[in-house]
Design a protein around this ligand. Structure first.
Ligand SMILES: Cc1cc2nc3c(=O)[nH]c(=O)nc-3n(C[C@H](O)[C@H](O)[C@H](O)COP(=O)(O)O)c2cc1C
Length: 362
């Protein structure tokens, strides 16, 4: 029976354990280019023992960034700085992953700490560029109204995803995640709450998922067959009349046919204040349902911050891997603590440089 410290093999990639660093925006880049912060931040989590380290939402074109400080992979000049990062993460025994994204109608905002600094709660305008979406429906009454994409615009963005996938491969990533969650562009296409199109990209379920399916198809062609290709979805909108778990199961079945290897099961993000009963592991039931009903590997994420808790999800087949966000910000060495909690200390890689930190005082 697999447990938190069992290796996980998908295609030709084997993770040393089932703990992954969830993608987390750092709002610390200039023109999308990763710098020393990103190298040290992500590198530390690889040193800390995670099996998988996924780089934050990285935009496929400049206007797809959530803020002007987001990472991007929209030109050749981005490849080398990412390559530096992937090389280091691999050297530490972890697998480097990247989340490829387009923020759609939630783009062009402030970094969270700037919102505080400026004393505003309107997450808008800093980027100053036009925002786009499937339909001219703003995310909230405080946000600007996006421009509805033309068919030509859609093709151009899909092409940007294709090129970003090629660059991710050139930069040495071994795991790619298409960001189709949290109210960003892809999610806003499949959720009926943000898509009122009357063409082939709106209306029926098949039409609303068309953007995701077509984009994944283009990306999958460029991503090596022997490397994992994954998709993060919002498994529910948590809103009546919105996207549901049943929709997610059907989408996951379709994505499996497109060559997707794993579904990363998040929720929400497409409406400002949905009613969610948040608590430990609150999103895990979505991972469990999708895993069994769509017969596909899943990642569970959300308020999982204890070793025993994470181990339990793997042992009980609720997920194939657990991703951790905020706990990893608090403690890059979380895997070490978890390995002690679940009595698998011998399964952890401790960098030789740090061995004396774990072997007592002599
Ligand atoms: C600072 C921060 C930045 C985040 N950025 C992203 C992101 O770039 N892409 C994404 O899919 N989720 C993002 N998230 C969500 C996390 O990946 C994760 O799904 C969420 O925090 C729940 O997991 P946790 O309870 O372990 O933190 C972010 C979360 C935080 C706290």
């Amino acid at each position: 029976m697999p447990h938190l410290f069992s290796p996980l093999t998908i295609k030709d990639i084997t993770l040393r354990n089932r703990i992954g660093v969830s993608p987390m925006c750092q709002y610390s880049a200039d023109d999308g280019i990763p710098n020393d912060w990103h190298l040290v931040h992500l590198g530390s989590r690889a040193v800390g023992g995670a099996g998988l380290v996924i780089v934050e939402a990285t935009s496929v074109e400049p206007r797809g960034r959530i803020s002007p400080e987001d990472l991007g992979i929209y030109s050749e000049k981005h490849v080398e700085p990412f390559e530096r990062m992937t090389r280091f993460i691999k050297d530490q025994g972890a697998v480097p992953g990247i989340q490829l994204a387009h923020a759609g109608r939630k783009a062009s905002t402030y970094a969270p700490w700037k919102q505080k600094e400026y004393g505003v709660d309107v997450p808008d305008h800093q980027g100053g560029w036009e925002i786009i979406g499937p339909s001219a429906i703003p995310f909230s009454e405080k946000n600007r109204t996006p421009k509805a994409l033309s068919l030509e615009d859609i093709q151009q963005i899909q092409e940007a995803f294709r090129q970003a996938t090629i660059r991710a491969r050139e930069a040495g990533f071994q795991w790619v995640e298409f960001h189709a969650a949290h109210g960003y562009l892809a999610h806003s296409f499949y959720s009926p709450l943000s898509n009122e199109r009357t063409d082939q990209y709106g209306g029926s379920f098949d039409n609303r998922i068309r953007f995701v399916i077509e984009t994944v198809r283009l990306m999958r062609q460029e991503w090596p067959d022997n490397l994992p290709f994954t998709v993060r979805i919002s498994s529910t909108d948590w809103v009546d009349g919105g996207w549901t778990i049943e929709d997610s199961i059907e989408l996951s079945k379709r994505l499996k046919k497109e060559g997707v290897d794993l579904i990363d099961c998040s929720t929400g993000g497409n409406t400002p204040n949905p009613s969610i009963n948040v608590g430990p592991s609150y999103q895990v039931p979505f991972s469990e349902k999708i895993r069994h009903a769509a017969d596909i590997a899943t990642a569970a994420v959300g308020l999982i911050n204890q070793g025993m808790q994470a181990d339990d999800h793997i042992r009980n087949e609720r997920a194939d891997i657990v991703l951790m966000g905020r706990e990893m910000l608090r403690n890059p060495y979380f895997p070490l603590k978890a390995s002690q909690d679940v009595h698998q200390k011998d399964k952890l890689d401790i960098p030789v440089q740090y061995e004396r930190g774990w072997t007592g005082w002599n």
